[in-house]
Design a protein around this ligand. Structure first.
Ligand code: NAD
Length: 363
């Protein structure tokens, strides 16, 4: 009897930061955000296919380093990501990341990719997927509170996927707002700069908070929120790190990505354990209600979930294949006999052999 074993190739594709930037340039940033949003939507509808867990976080006084794993029957993904709000002191970004997509059948790492740029794209895509399900119709304006690395991506996602036409900008750091203003000008997007959060959010359909500070901040207070607003809270994503005053969370239904993780890390960490919250996938799948009235306030308490990175890695892998981009990485030894790992080490050169007089000392 013969057994047929399907052929598996040992090959790991590597996408550097430069390569991903080039892929995004060639495809167009709006198309990439839309593409990742559609992969996220698709994967959220397959919610029960995935083995999920809250991310594993290692905290220090100044930041956090996290591992974010998730898998289905076909692929396993993880992301390494940090959050260090004071990193600008060293001229480094607050958030830096890379990740892996692996074949579940063999454990072969199929893709190793940068995820700093990709995280900004996937976070913006996730925000837009949530807002499409939760915000009222015909949104036109969005306040962007926090004008750092993520902010342009948020603006583009809401412009391309929801039709937002005008952005109200505020950051404690005026230089960050100038940077965002310059980039929005380059993209021909309409905006205005404000001197306070209160002034920036007034009259907006959507309020996105994407600030970074390792503290229990209350960037938004309940008296700033108007009927019908959708709040996209992105920056409160760690124990002891919030953006919304607790009263904001009482203004309307709260939605999250993966409840066990969000209760620890989201703005809802301030609320009691039985505080009602709905996982977004349920709304996308038509199993739970989203917004029920145009004047209702809706809140997406985003923290970033491993499944979004799984979707983004899949998207980048597919795009890299389509565009023929990325390098082959020699990450795992290619063995003629998989049991002869030792044989992979080149034979010692005769000179080195002769020079070796005595066995190595064991200390
Ligand atoms: P960044 O450091 O580049 O920018 C953050 C900006 O927030 C800075 O310009 C800072 O001056 C400003 N800021 C801080 N406190 C403020 C306040 N009270 N009011 C107004 N502005 C304030 O960081 P980034 O890469 O843009 O990330 C922003 C936040 O988003 C971080 O907290 C990060 O952890 C979080 N994040 C969340 C997700 C997610 O999936 N939910 C993904 C990526 C990043």
């Amino acid at each position: 009897m013969t057994t047929t074993v399907s052929a598996k190739r040992l090959s790991t594709r590597y996408l550097s930061a430069e390569r991903v930037a080039e892929i995004v340039r060639r495809k167009g940033i709006g198309n990439c955000i839309a593409g990742v949003a559609s992969y996220i939507h698709h994967d959220f509808l397959r919610w029960h296919d995935f083995e999920k867990c809250a991310r594993v976080a290692h905290h220090s006084d100044v930041g956090v380093i996290e591992l974010m794993p998730v898998s289905d029957a076909r692929s396993y993904a993880f992301k390494y990501v940090n959050g260090h709000p004071s990193n600008h002191r060293f001229n480094l970004p607050t958030v830096m990341a890379f990740g892996v997509l692996a074949d579940v059948e063999t454990g072969t790492p199929d893709l190793v990719s940068e995820l700093t740029l990709t995280t900004a794209i996937r976070t913006a895509a996730m925000s837009a997927v949530a807002a499409r399900a939760l915000a009222r119709d015909n949104v036109r304006s969005m306040a962007l509170i926090g004008n750092g690395a993520q902010s342009e991506f948020q603006a583009l996602a809401f412009h391309h996927l929801l039709g937002v036409q005008r952005f109200h900008l505020f950051d404690l750091d005026a230089a960050a707002t100038r940077k965002l203003a310059a980039n929005l000008t380059r993209m021909a997007l309409d905006f205005a700069c404000f001197d306070s959060v209160r002034d920036a959010v007034r009259g907006c359909d959507i309020v996105t908070t994407v600030t970074a500070a390792k503290t229990k901040a209350a960037v938004l207070t309940a008296d700033m929120i108007e009927p019908g607003m959708h709040i996209n809270a992105v920056g409160g994503d760690c124990p002891g790190k919030t953006e919304l005053h607790a009263d904001v969370l009482r203004l309307g239904p709260v939605f999250c990505e993966f409840e066990p993780q969000s209760r620890i890390e989201g703005d809802m960490q301030q609320m009691p354990a039985d505080f009602p919250v709905t996982e977004l996938w349920q709304v996308l799948a038509g199993r739970a209600l989203g917004r029920t009235a145009a004047d209702q306030v809706t809140i997406f308490d985003s923290v970033g979930f491993a499944l979004e990175d799984y979707s983004a890695l899949r998207y980048m892998r597919d795009l890299a294949q389509e565009l023929g981009m990325g390098e082959e990485l020699s990450l795992i030894p290619a063995l003629e006999d998989p049991k002869n790992l030792f044989g992979y080490i080149p034979a010692e050169a005769p000179a080195a052999k002769a020079a070796r007089k005595a066995p190595a000392e064991v200390i």
